[in-house]
Design a protein around this ligand. Structure first.
Ligand code: DC
Length: 223
């Protein structure tokens, strides 16, 4: 049996930073499920399929193959064999992923892939529905959040560092809109699983959050 750590939470809470760090410390595999929704979102964007057109999205699902592989310990996402790991990081792709991930067929396809991965390896998996839907029996479940102001501030600094600065107010508005969509969708909305531990990272360092996740895992695995 493999160990699984589920980390869910809203956009920009630091899930991937924490999940990567925890995975490294425990020698687990890090699985970024948002990247998979982004890869599908990228396909729809390229094909000019609008999120409102559910029939076109569902038809396109059969043309899409998402897979992942690891290079130097980093997850790479392949869309029909093409490595799209860099391209999926764009804001427009994130927004498209949020809009198209409401579709049941999109979710079904990716949830199957995610469960398959977790069966084979010890994983730290992050997303929106990992503790509630994908891995309901996860060894440890964390709901990681931070205030929208703090999440926007971090995103702002990240964009500045990348050389593509944004406007703080717009970034925060975008984050709030995305959270609202992810939390109110009909299928597998973002919510804290009943048995998940809430970690509010607004005033915590990366090391403190990672330590909290590992401590929760150590506690649960010995139960
Ligand atoms: O975590 P992220 O920003 O890379 O995710 C992009 C979008 O994908 C997010 O707004 C909602 C969707 N998503 C999802 O519905 N379920 C997941 N497990 C992960 C992401």
């Amino acid at each position: 049996m493999s160990y699984t750590i589920a980390i869910d939470g809203p956009a920009g809470a630091g899930k991937s930073t924490i999940a990567k760090k925890v995975a490294k410390e425990l020698s687990f595999i890090y699985v970024d499920t948002g990247a998979m929704y982004r890869a599908m979102g990228l396909y729809f964007l390229r094909k000019g399929i609008v999120p409102e057109n559910a029939a076109a999205i569902e038809a396109a699902c059969d043309e899409i193959q998402v897979s992942i592989r690891y290079e130097n310990g980093e997850q790479q996402v392949l869309l029909n064999g093409e490595n799209v790991s860099a391209e999926i990081r764009k804001e427009e792709v994130g927004n498209m992923a949020s809009k198209t991930s409401v579709n049941g067929k999109v979710r079904e396809k990716l949830v199957a892939l995610q469960r398959e991965l977790a069966k084979k390896e010890n994983v730290v998996m992050d997303g929106r529905d990992i503790g509630t839907q994908v891995l309901p029996d996860a060894t440890a479940k964390i709901y990681l959040t931070a205030s929208s102001a703090e999440r926007a501030r971090r995103r702002y600094l990240e964009l500045q560092q990348k050389g593509t600065p944004g406007v703080l107010e717009e970034i925060e508005a975008d984050i709030i809109e995305r959270d609202h969509r992810d939390m109110t969708r009909e299928i597998s909305p973002l919510r804290q699983a009943e048995d998940a531990v809430l970690v509010d990272a607004s005033h915590m360092t990366i090391d403190e959050v990672a330590a909290a996740v590992i401590s929760e895992f150590e506690k649960k695995r010995t139960v």
